[in-house]
Design a protein around this ligand. Sequence first.
Ligand code: NAI
Ligand code: MG
Length: 343
Amino acid sequence: MAYPVTLLPGDGIGPEVIAGAIQVLEATGVEFEWDEQEAGMTAFEKTGNPLPQAVLDSIERTRLALKGPLTTPAGDGFRSVNVRLRQHFDTFANVRPAKSLPNTQGPFDGIDLILYRENTEGLYAGIEYFDERNQIADSIARVTRRGSENIIRYAFQDAVRRGRKRLTLVHKANILKKTGGMFLAIGHEIAQDYPAIEFDDRIVDNMAMQLVIHPDRYDCIVTTNLFGDILSDLISGLVGGLGVTGAANIGDDCAIFEAVHGSAPDIAGKGIANPTAIIQSGEMLLRHLGEIAAADAVAEALYAVYAEGTNLTADLGGPSSTSEFAGHLADRVVKKMAAQVAA
Ligand code: NAI
Ligand code: MG
């Protein structure tokens, strides 16, 4: 049976890296029925609507999406389609692992962090006001008990599932006494239910410094939306950059898989983007579907290609184009799957 999955190639480097991800996912032999849809700037320029109803209808049906990055204009212009999708389908947990691969020129080896970002509220709630006359701008951070419980409980559950040891809650409750204060208090409440996980908390500015100096001292991190956005790019930088960090947006009955990175307009259309991050998101999709052998084959093949080090993309100093990298990796995946069948 083929899995129905909504496919959003997205903007900028999106279509280039998504093509690589499809090639690698299909190399596992798992069958997908891709329902391809346009969203973001590409859809806006064609139809005047960055989030057409057909996209919502498709994900409503499949409850699964593989998504390329979508461009969001800064300042004026339409609201982020990424944020709208996360809110609409209540994918409250944005899971962003950062794990060292060989030959990625990151400043450290052996990094293995997972960041859980609250994905639907906080400063991204979309509650903004502009008082034109007095030139005063307000952005309201909305933190709810329900949203906080959802993400914090998910982080504990996922940490247990993955056999992790420690969860650090990151906040700014010293200054943001209401929003940060409630998030922190709920963290301490829920921690009571998970005695096997060591729980602690850090103030976000200190955490940014700690992660740059001693990333090895941390394991899992849970935080609110804006801090999670920033710290997930920071931990990407620890393991070789945005080209190598996949992610997943998870809700109770819907999941949208996308990379941490954006549409990278500076390199779009050149065929040189690193598709690893979206391929790692694809690996998370396979795991989500229970296709563990296929997911393991993708992870092992990725590791092997990085260990070999001769077919990497330009962001990591390698000579390969996006499609060369993906083709090489897909060949490895086919071999891994064949070896599994033989064994
Ligand atoms: P970006 O993540 O697109 O790019 C930051 C830097 O990382 C650039 O130098 C880019 O070339 C590099 N980079 C990113 N992905 C790469 C890859 N796969 N391989 C090699 N290099 C890569 O962030 P930026 O420039 O701040 O945002 C560009 C646009 O993307 C904006 O419109 C933003 O709103 C949107 N965006 C969308 C996201 C999403 O759809 N989930 C996430 C982040 C940004
Ligand atoms: Mg971001």
